[in-house]
Design a protein around this ligand. Structure first.
Ligand code: URP
Ligand code: ZN
Ligand code: ZN
Length: 468
C-alpha cells in the first residue's frame, strides 16, 4: 500500500522544506507540495511536525558474550526499542573472543539477527586475533558478504584486544580492501597495570574504574591508532571518544591529513564521572569504557560535534542488568562494562543538543543519520529523504513532553542510566522501508521486518560513482 506523509517540515542534513512525501513499496517515490496519491493510499498528517530521515546508530552491542556474561537485549527487544526512539538502522559489532573462529562468530551473529530484528541492520567485524593468511582469507570472505568495516580493540588485554603487530596487519588489509576500520582506543597494558595497582591498594569500588583508565590512556590509544592509520594508508574511525585530550590527538591527526573519523556516544555528552562514583550498585550502573569523564570535557565534545570534528553520535548500546553489574561487587575490574541507550539517543540529543542551542538541527541530522550512512556505505539508500531512497522516516513531534524511565522503556534492562531526564520531543510515526512500525511510542509493526544491509568497500563505491 502507498503512504503519503503530508505537510511536514522535511529536514535533511543540508536542506529544510515543507512538502509531502509519497512512498510506494519500500522507497520514496516523490517529494513535493500537493502530491496526488493513488486510491487506497494511507495519509499521515505531518502538519506542524518535523520529518527526519531514519536515524542510524553506528555502534551497538546486542548479542555480546563479555565479562563472564551476555548483554541483555535480543535483536527483537533492541530493534523495537530503537524504532520507538527513531532509530531505523543499527550497526552491530560482531565480537568474537580472541580464541574464537572469526567466520563461525560472523555466522552466529547473522543468525541471531535474521528474522528477529524489526529494523534494518549491518555489522562491523571485529578482528580480535590476526593469524596471517587464515585471518586474511576469512576477512576477505566477510567483506565479500557485505560487511565492509572492521573493528579493533586496543583495550581489553587477552580478550578482544589486539597487539600492535595485529593492528598493523588489520589496517594494511583494510587499506587494500577499501574498508574502514573502527577502533576502541585505550592502551590495554596501561589499563591492566593501573587496575592491578589500585586493587593492591584495596581500591575495589566502581569509583576506581575511571582512575584505572585516565584520559591520558585514551589519548595515547587515539594517537597510536592515528599513527598506524597514517602509516598504512587506511581509513580509521575512533569509537566512543570521551575526552578533550583524546579529541586533541584525533584532531591533530586530521590536521596532518590522516583519514580519521570520530564518534562520541550519548553517555559522554550527558553523564559525568560522578555517576560512576556513586556507592555500590548505583555507581556500577554507570561503568563503561572509556569511562564517564570529568564534566569539564563536555563543552569540548559539544563544540567539536557542532563543528564537525566529531563526525557521528552513536550509543555503544550495551545493557547489563543490576544482577549482572553486581558481578563486580568485590572488584571494579569485574563489573560488566556498558550502558544502554539505543532507545534514547535521538530524543536526548534533540532535547539537550538542538533545543538547548548546542547543536544545529541540520548537524543533528547529519551526525545521527547522514554521516554514519556516508561513512559506512549506506548513503543515499539511508541517511536522506530523497526520491529513490529507502522510505525510513521519522515524523517528529516537537510538542511532546515526557521523561525517561525504566518503568516505561522498551530496552530489556531493569534500569535506565538516563532515568528522570526530561524530553522535549519524540517520534510520532516511524517507518521502515515504507511500513509504519511505530505510532506515538508504541510498536505497531512487523517484528522481523529488518534486513541485513550489505555494503561495498569504499573504492568500489568511488568507482561506481565515477562511472555513473
Ligand atoms: O563499556 C563498553 N563500551 N562496553 C561495550 C564494549 C565496548 O568497549 O565497546
Ligand atoms: Zn569499546
Ligand atoms: Zn562498543
Amino acid at each position: 500500500m502507498a503512504l503519503l506523509i503530508k505537510g511536514g517540515e522535511i529536514v535533511n542534513a543540508e536542506t529544510r522544506t515543507r512538502a509531502d512525501i509519497l512512498i510506494e513499496g519500500e522507497t520514496i517515490q516523490a517529494i513535493g507540495l500537493g502530491l496526488d496519491a493513488p486510491p487506497g493510499t494511507e495519509v499521515i498528517d505531518a502538519a506542524g511536525k518535523l520529518v527526519f530521515p531514519g536515524f542510524i546508530d553506528p555502534h551497538v552491542h546486542i548479542y555480546l558474550p563479555f565479562m563472564a556474561t551476555f548483554a541483555k537485549d535480543t535483536h527483537a527487544t533492541a530493534s523495537k526499542a530503537a524504532l520507538i526512539g527513531g532509530t531505523t538502522t543499527f550497526i552491530e559489532m560482531v565480537c568474537p573472543a580472541r580464541n574464537d573462529d572469526a567466520l563461525e562468530a560472523y555466522s552466529t551473529w547473522k543468525q541471531k539477527a535474521e528474522g528477529a530484528s524489526a529494523c534494518d541492520y549491518a555489522f562491523h567485524m571485529a578482528v580480535t586475533r590476526y593469524d596471517g593468511d587464515k585471518t586474511e582469507a576469512q576477512l576477505r570472505e566477510i567483506v565479500a558478504d557485505g560487511t565492509a568495516s572492521f573493528k579493533v580493540f586496543l583495550a581489553y588485554k587477552n580478550f578482544f584486544g589486539v597487539n600492535d603487530e595485529e593492528l598493523f596487519q588489520t589496517l594494511k588489509l583494510a587499506a587494500g580492501l577499501g574498508v574502514i576500520t573502527t577502533a576502541h582506543c585505550e592502551n590495554a597494558e596501561l589499563v591492566a597495570q593501573l587496575q592491578q595497582l589500585l586493587l593492591a591498594e584495596g581500591k575495589t569500588g566502581p569509583e576506581w574504574h575511571e582512575p584505572s583508565r585516565p584520559e591520558a590512556v585514551e589519548a595515547e590509544g587515539t594517537a597510536r591508532f592515528a599513527t598506524f592509520v597514517e602509516e598504512t594508508g587506511a581509513t580509521g574511525y575512533v569509537v566512543h571518544l570521551s575526552c578533550a585530550p583524546a579529541l586533541r590527538a584525533a584532531v591533530e591527526a586530521k590536521l596532518r591529513g590522516v583519514k580519521l573519523h570520530v564518534e562520541t556516544v550519548l553517555p559522554h555528552f550527558l553523564l559525568d564521572k560522578t555517576y560512576g562514583e556513586r556507592p555500590g550498585l548505583e555507581g556500577m550502573k554507570y561503568i563503561m569504557s572509556p569511562p564517564l569523564r570529568h564534566e569539564r570535557n563536555q563543552p569540548a565534545l559539544w563544540h567539536a560535534l557542532q563543528a564537525g570534528m566529531i563526525d557521528t553520535v552513536a550509543t555503544d548500546h550495551c545493557p547489563f542488568d543490576k544482577e549482572q553489574k553486581l558481578l563486580g561487587a568485590k572488584a571494579f575490574t569485574q563489573i560488566p562494562n556498558g550502558i544502554p541507550g539505543i532507545e534514547d539517543r535521538v530524543n536526548l540529543m534533540y532535547t539537550y543538543g538542538v533545543k538547548r542551542g548546542r547543536l544545529d538541527l541540520h548537524r543533528f541530522v547529519d551526525a545521527l543519520s547522514t554521516r554514519p550512512a556516508k561513512l559506512f556505505g549506506l548513503f543515499p539508500r539511508k541517511g536522506a529523504i530523497a526520491a529513490g531512497s529507502d522510505a525510513d522516516l521519522v515524523v517528529y513531534d516537537t510538542a511532546w513532553r515526557g521523561k525517561i524511565s525504566a518503568a516505561t522503556h522498551h530496552v530489556n534492562n531493569d534500569y535506565n542510566a538516563f532515568e528522570g531526564f526530561e524530553l522535549e520531543g519524540r517520534p510520532s510515526v516511524v517507518t521502515v522501508r515504507g511500513k509504519v512500525q511505530v505510532r506515538d511510542g508504541v510498536f505497531v509493526g512487523e517484528a522481523g521486518r529488518g534486513r541485513m544491509l550489505r555494503r561495498t568497500p569504499h573504492h568500489r563505491r568511488q568507482e561506481a560513482a565515477q562511472s555513473a
